[in-house]
Structures are given as C-alpha cells and as structure tokens.
Design a protein around this ligand. Structure first.
Ligand SMILES: [Mg+2]
Length: 381
C-alpha cells in the first residue's frame, strides 16, 4: 500500500455561543481537514488546528504531505520525523518541535485512520489495545457570569457528570466568585477543577491557592506560564491543592522534565500539542513511569479530533476519569456518526475501523464555505 494523494481543506465550524477563556473569546473551530488516499482505495481523515493562520498552516502541511506521496503509510513515525526535519530544517536554525508537532498532527492522525481502515480494526487496537471499556469526560461549565457558570455546572451534575471543569484567570475577585458559586451549586461531592490557562504569576498562584482552599478543588491546571517548568514546580511545592501541567507539556522530553522536577500531579495531553497519536501515547507512558495520570486535552476541534483523542486515550492505562470534550461548543459537526456526545459523562469505546467515524460531506462543504467567507470578510488576515 502506498500513499497516492493527500488533500487539505481549511474549515470553520461555528460555536453555538462564544467561548470565554483567560485570553479572550473564540467563535468557532478553525481546522485543516487532511485526506490521505492510498493506491489500494483506502481513504483516511485527520485534522490539524489551523491556528495561527489557516492559509499558512495549509501551505506548510501541503509541503509535508508532498514528501509522503508514494510512501508506505505503515511507516508513520519515520514519515512524520522526515516531514518535520525537512519542513523546519530541524537541527539547524528553524527547529520548532512544539509548533511542528502541532501543525503536522492531522497528517499523522489521517495515517492512523488509513492503517485502521486497511485492516478493519479501530486505532486503539493498533496502539497496543484498549485498556478501558469507556472513557469519562468532565462537564465543561462556561458562562458570562459566575451564576451562569454555576447553573451549567449544576446541570452537568444532574446529568451524571462527576467532575466539573471551569476556566479561571479572569481576575481574582471574579475567579473566587465563580468557584464559590459553582461549589455552592454542585454541592460537596463532585470534583471541581479550574484552569487559569497560565495567567497567574507565582505570587498570584500562591495567593489564589490560599483563598480557594475552602472550595475543595481537585486540581488547578497550568496556573503559571508554560515556558517555566520550574515555576510550576515551585508553586506545587507549597500548594495545598494538586497542580496539573497542560501547556508545559507538548513533547515527551517536556513530560520527562515535568516529572523530574516534581512539577505536576497530572499531565494534560491532546493529539495536537503532542504531534499525533503515537507521541500522545509516548507521553502517557512517560507519565505512567513517573506514577502520574494523564487526561485528554481539547482545543478548537471537531469530532475528528474527539475520535482520535478517544482512540489514543483508550490505549493509555493511566487515563484519568475527567477528560476534556469540546463538541458541546459546536453548532454542528463534520462527523456524521457515531454519536460522540458523552452520556452521563461517559462515552463507550469506539469500535469502528480506523478513527471510527463517518464524515458528513455536506457539513464539510459548508465549513469550507464558511472559512472562505470569513477570509473574504477579513476575519483572518
Ligand atoms: Mg488547560
């Protein structure tokens, strides 16, 4: 089997309502659909995150894809390494392991879809086998006011979700009001984790941890800037609340450093920042060797990534019971089946071949049109 053709299409799938986080507002998922066709008639799909610029990402991914034509898709690790080193002149001046991994992850994802479909097995079977029969997701409560966040959190708990996740980093008084309102609304039992997305200094983190202590947080995710693992370690060394690393870990080497510096109680990883599914399971294994669990990270993504992350996570024994799921934000999806919305916080193992989904081609066309419309309206430079 050889790779015959690779096509990429920038897409925009709108959100139902704005996504608020510490660094602004997001209106939808901008992704690059990657379609890998083989000379045996198998087609695999993946998606790259299109940030910071969909056209620029398309140009880079198309260059990487061109290197793969005529090659064996079963050589995924070698192909991805070659694509990265060639594209970025790595080991010279343009080495960019984080960015390189992120923009090429969709290609790697599509190769896994090809492999699974070619042997009629789900991708978790090719990654060592599923260690879980279902995966638990957290209720991602969001809203414009603390009361709105609290009422969504309460609704998640009523549906059966046992972990609630909320964004923080909106200023100390707002963060405290939100955590207080959510804990009051959900009661003492559900786990509650918060994510300031790198927006606290070490001093602020220490102050906030002290002020948040009455609310029994499960952990605080990436309180300090990602670039300094030492800062995360220093916060954790005096923290009464557990600390998770998210943006501090994109590569297996960074995971190793986080463990070596005792900087986190849990590591948050997704297929995009890890540079694909093989490296996502590599990082999970590094974490496992350090006695640390991982949970799935979500970004601005469609059902393609939800399936890919679910497949890879199923093969990770040290998977946490609160994982991120982003599809509730989408107005509509480009995946037609299966149903990917967790029920009572749980989603069964995906059993379809490859990444386990069927694409909705009409919605792909609609999302491509929306991307182009936004471009012509100057939404993206
Ligand atoms: Mg996070």
């Amino acid at each position: 089997m050889k790779i015959a053709r690779i096509t990429t299409t920038p897409l925009f799938v709108p959100y139902k309502s704005p996504f608020y986080w510490a660094h602004g507002q997001i209106d939808g998922a901008e992704v690059l659909l990657v379609e890998v066709e083989t000379d045996t008639g198998v087609t695999g799909y993946g998606e790259c995150i299109a940030a910071p610029n969909g056209r620029a990402i398309k140009a880079l991914v198309d260059d990487a894809a061109a290197l793969m034509i005529g090659r064996d898709p079963y050589h995924g690790r070698v192909l991805m390494r070659e694509a990265y080193t060639t594209l970025f002149r790595a080991q010279a001046v343009c080495s960019a392991p984080r960015f390189g991994g992120q923009i090429l992850a969709g290609l790697e994802m599509a190769l896994w879809d090809v492999l699974g479909k070619s042997v009629d097995r789900p991708v978790h079977a090719l990654l060592g086998g599923a260690a879980h029969s279902e995966i638990e997701y957290f209720g991602f409560a969001m809203g414009k006011t603390p009361q709105a966040v609290a009422s969504e959190a309460k609704a998640f708990v009523a549906q059966g979700f046992t972990t609630i996740y909320i964004k923080a980093g909106f200023g100390a008084s707002r963060d405290l009001a939100t955590v207080r309102a959510v804990r009051e609304a959900i009661g003492p039992d559900p786990k509650l984790r918060i994510d300031p997305n790198e927006s606290w200094s070490q001093l602020e983190a220490k102050q906030m941890i002290a002020r948040l202590s009455p609310y029994d947080l499960e952990f605080i995710e990436q309180p300090t800037p990602a670039e300094s693992i030492a800062a995360l370690a220093q916060v954790r060394s005096t923290s009464s609340v557990a600390i998770a690393a998210d943006q501090s870990v994109f590569t297996p080497e960074e995971a190793y450093d986080v463990l070596r510096q005792n900087a986190a109680d849990l590591i948050v990883i997704g297929p995009h920042e890890c540079g694909g599914l093989a490296r996502m399971t590599d990082i999970a294994r590094v974490a496992q060797l350090g006695g640390v669990n991982i949970c799935i990270h979500g970004v601005y993504e469609t059902g393609i990534t939800a399936c890919a992350a679910h497949m890879a996570a199923a093969a990770c024994p040290n998977l946490d019971d609160g994982n991120q799921h982003m599809l509730k934000f989408l107005e509509w999806d480009i995946v037609k089946s299966p149903d990917l919305m967790p029920e009572a916080g749980r989603m069964p193992l995906l059993i379809g071949p490859g990444l386990g989904f069927t694409l909705d081609t009409e919605n792909v066309a609609r999302a491509a049109e929306l991307f182009n419309e936004r471009l012509s309206n100057g939404v993206k430079s």
